[in-house]
Ligand binder design. Structure first.
Ligand SMILES: [Zn+2]
Ligand SMILES: [Zn+2]
Length: 265
């Protein structure tokens, strides 16, 4: 059973063509009781899609879907903030102006470099990962968000260049990030998109989930990072078993930016 899928994109994100209704129907077909729609909010000036997200139109559509499916599907209002620490004013405004259920903090860039592009990996393996985690620590210090999205997503392309990513080589840095999250009572997302890529493991992997538990982490969420209806809920059952075997007894369910314990099925 899939309890929730908190990471779903629609055509309000620059990299998806899916209608919101089609994503909701896919969740209902997969018997998922609760989902979160979380579009990209990108502001980097080099990004062709910076400013793409239209919050007013999105909220209109979300309300329509919530109304239409209210008896079969709980639809949360999420947002995926890219590098929120770099754009404090715009992010604060967006976060405060609407009644979000949760905000993801997502690091897709280190400085100007997108970690989904080859240019980022024109550095030694150790540096590519260490630079990413250093920037991630900066992002977490800034606040603004509730859930850290796909915390080691840099490994998605790193894997193709350097081979398997071993978190133990960066244990000190990663644990320090997890500690900060735990102290701030923030959640960690287990994202399953990387199960569908050549690396074939979740982001983050089980080792990092275990460290988060050891560092006092309380809250975890699950997301497929679906960009099309066929992807809704993919990998969530596998993610659930990793969460369970890492010592967590609950998932976090978010409403108006407050987490609540939701027992694992
Ligand atoms: Zn992302
Ligand atoms: Zn995403």
């Amino acid at each position: 059973m899939v309890p929730h899928d908190y990471h779903i994109h629609t055509h309000f994100s620059c990299d998806s063509n899916a209608s919101m209704i089609s994503m909701c129907r896919a969740a209902i077909e997969a018997s998922i009781p609760e989902i979160g729609i979380s579009e990209h909010f990108d502001l980097h000036p080099k990004d062709a899609y910076a400013g793409f997200f239209n919050a007013d139109k999105w909220w209109e559509e979300l309300r329509r879907c919530q109304k239409e499916f209210h008896d079969v599907l709980l639809i949360r209002a999420g947002i995926e903030l890219s590098e929120p620490h770099c754009y404090p004013k715009a992010v604060e405004q967006l976060v405060q102006n609407y009644p979000w259920d949760y905000a993801f903090g997502a690091l897709h860039r280190v400085g100007d470099d997108l970690v989904f592009e080859e240019a980022y990996f024109n550095r030694a393996e150790q540096t590519a990962y260490a630079d990413y985690f250093t920037e991630l620590q900066r992002m977490i210090q800034s606040g603004f968000f509730d859930i850290l999205a796909h915390m080691d997503i840099v490994k998605r392309y790193g894997f193709e260049k350097y081979g398997r990513f071993d978190p133990e080589n960066y244990e000190e840095q990663i644990r320090s990030i997890l500690q900060t999250l735990a102290h701030r009572d923030l959640a960690l997302e287990l994202n399953t998109i990387t199960l569908r890529r050549s690396i074939k493991e979740t982001s983050p992997s089980k080792q990092i989930l275990q460290w988060f538990r050891e560092e006092g982490g309380q809250w975890v969420t699950l997301g497929s990072d679906a960009h099309s209806p066929e992807e809704v809920g993919l990998g969530i059952e596998k993610g659930l078993s990793l969460i369970q075997s890492s010592g967590f007894e609950n998932l976090a369910s978010f409403k108006r930016r407050k987490p609540k314990r939701s027992p694992l099925p």
